[in-house]
Design a binder for this molecule. Structure first.
Ligand code: SF4
Length: 341
C-alpha cells in the first residue's frame, strides 16, 4: 500500500506556466512536520510513502534530510519511499541522501521532449537533463518512472511520437500520462484568454493519450494513471484543456472501440456481432455511459458479448460464419492518424 502525501511546490524554484500558483498553497519548509504529522500514523501495518507535488531535487541538502526525518517515528513500518520531481538539479549528494532515506522509486516529470516547448513552459530543463537523470538514477539502483503530458502549446503529433519513442528507449518502470488542463490564474490561462493558445479538443487528447499508452504497453511498460483525479485539482478553476474524472477509463474504452472498429472494417462485418473477451474488458467494450455500444449501433453493428478465457486486451468477433481475432494494439494506427488530424 502507498500512502500519498502531497507537498505542493516543495522545492520548486520557479513555476511551470500551467501550474496553479494562486490556489495551491505552497508548503513552506518550516511547515513540513505539521503537514506530514499524523498522515502515516493513521494507517495500520507497513506501507510505502509517496511524496508528490513538488520538485524534491530542488531542496537544499539540509531541507532534504529534514523532509525524511519527519518520518522517523514511523520508520519501522515504512517499507520505502517514492518521490516525484523534476529531473533537475541532480547531484551525487542528493542521490546519497535519497539512498540513505530508502527512496526506491523516482518519478521524473518530462511533459515533452521538445526543448522549445519545455522552455515555453518555463520548465528550466531540457530533454538531455532528463536522459542524464534517468541513467544516473538507474545506475544507482533506483526504479525510475516518467510523467508525461499531452495537449501542450504548439503540440503536434510528431511531438507525441517523439515522447512515445523516448518512453520506449528509456524503459521506465511505469509512466503516468496527464492531459493539459488550463487553470485560472496561471500564465497559461492568461495566454489562453488572450487567444494566444488554443487547447486541443478532448477527443484529440484522448487519442494522443491512447497512442502513448499503447506504445508503452506494447514495449511492456505499464501506465499506472491517465488524467488528473478530483483530489489533484479544483474543478471550478479549470477554464480549458482536457479534464474528466474518468479520463483513464475513457482512454481505455476508446482504445477498445477503435480496435474493434478496425477489425469490423477490415472484414466488412456488420449486423449482429458477438464479442468474446476477458471479463475485465467488458466495461471497455461498452464504453463510458454505453457510448461505444451506441457508436457501433449508429454504424449498423449490434454488439453483444460473452466472457471467455482470453488474455486481457484481446477479443474474438463472431459475425455469421466469420470469426476474427483482434487486440487492443489494433487501435494504435487509427489513434495516431485521427490525432494527426
Ligand atoms: S515542478 Fe511541478 S509542482 Fe513545481 S511548478 Fe512545475 S508543475 Fe508545479
Amino acid at each position: 500500500m502507498i500512502v500519498p502525501i502531497f507537498l505542493p511546490h516543495l522545492g520548486c524554484g520557479e513555476r511551470c506556466t500551467y501550474c496553479d500558483q494562486d490556489i495551491i498553497t505552497d508548503i513552506a519548509e518550516e511547515n513540513l512536520e505539521t503537514r506530514i504529522a499524523g498522515m502515516p500514523a493513521s494507517r495500520t501495518g507497513s506501507f510505502e510513502v509517496g511524496l508528490y507535488g513538488g520538485n524534491i531535487f530542488g531542496l537544499a541538502l539540509p531541507a532534504l534530510r529534514r523532509l525524511f526525518s519527519c518520518f522517523n517515528d514511523e520508520k519501522h513500518r515504512i517499507t520505502g519511499f517514492r518521490i516525484s520531481t523534476k529531473p533537475v538539479p541532480l547531484n551525487p549528494e542528493v542521490i546519497e541522501v535519497l539512498k540513505e532515506s530508502r527512496v526506491t522509486t523516482i518519478e521524473l516529470g518530462i511533459p515533452t521532449f521538445n526543448n522549445e516547448t519545455l522552455s515555453l513552459l518555463n520548465r528550466r530543463h531540457t530533454d538531455e537533463d532528463l536522459r542524464r537523470a534517468v541513467f544516473a538514477l538507474k545506475n544507482e539502483g533506483f526504479r525510475v518512472a516518467l510523467q508525461v503530458m499531452v495537449g501542450l502549446p504548439n503540440e503536434m503529433m510528431a511531438d507525441i511520437r517523439e515522447t512515445a519513442e523516448n518512453i520506449v528507449c528509456l524503459a521506465p518502470s511505469y509512466i503516468r500520462i496527464y492531459p493539459l488542463v488550463v487553470l485560472a490564474g496561471t500564465p497559461l490561462a492568461h495566454a489562453f484568454t488572450a487567444g494566444q493558445f488554443e487547447p486541443i479538443s478532448f477527443e484529440d487528447a484522448v487519442k494522443r493519450t491512447i497512442f502513448l499508452y499503447l506504445t508503452a504497453l506494447k514495449a511492456g511498460i505499464k501506465t499506472v494513471k491517465m488524467g488528473l483525479t478530483d483530489n489533484e485539482v479544483i474543478k471550478e478553476r479549470i477554464i480549458g484543456g482536457s479534464y474528466h474524472p474518468a479520463f483513464g477509463s475513457i482512454v481505455k474504452s476508446t482504445a477498445f472501440y477503435l480496435a474493434v472498429l478496425v477489425k469490423l472494417h477490415e472484414h466488412s462485418l456488420h449486423g449482429d456481432v458477438l464479442v468474446a473477451l476477458n471479463p475485465r474488458d467488458i466495461p471497455h467494450l461498452i464504453g463510458h455511459k454505453r457510448s461505444n455500444l451506441n457508436k457501433f449501433r449508429e454504424q449498423g453493428v449490434l454488439i453483444t458479448w460473452k466472457t471467455a478465457e482470453r488474455p486481457p486486451d484481446t477479443f474474438v468477433l463472431t459475425c455469421g460464419r466469420y470469426e476474427v481475432e483482434g487486440d487492443i494494439f489494433d487501435a494504435l494506427a487509427p489513434a495516431a492518424s485521427l490525432a494527426d488530424g
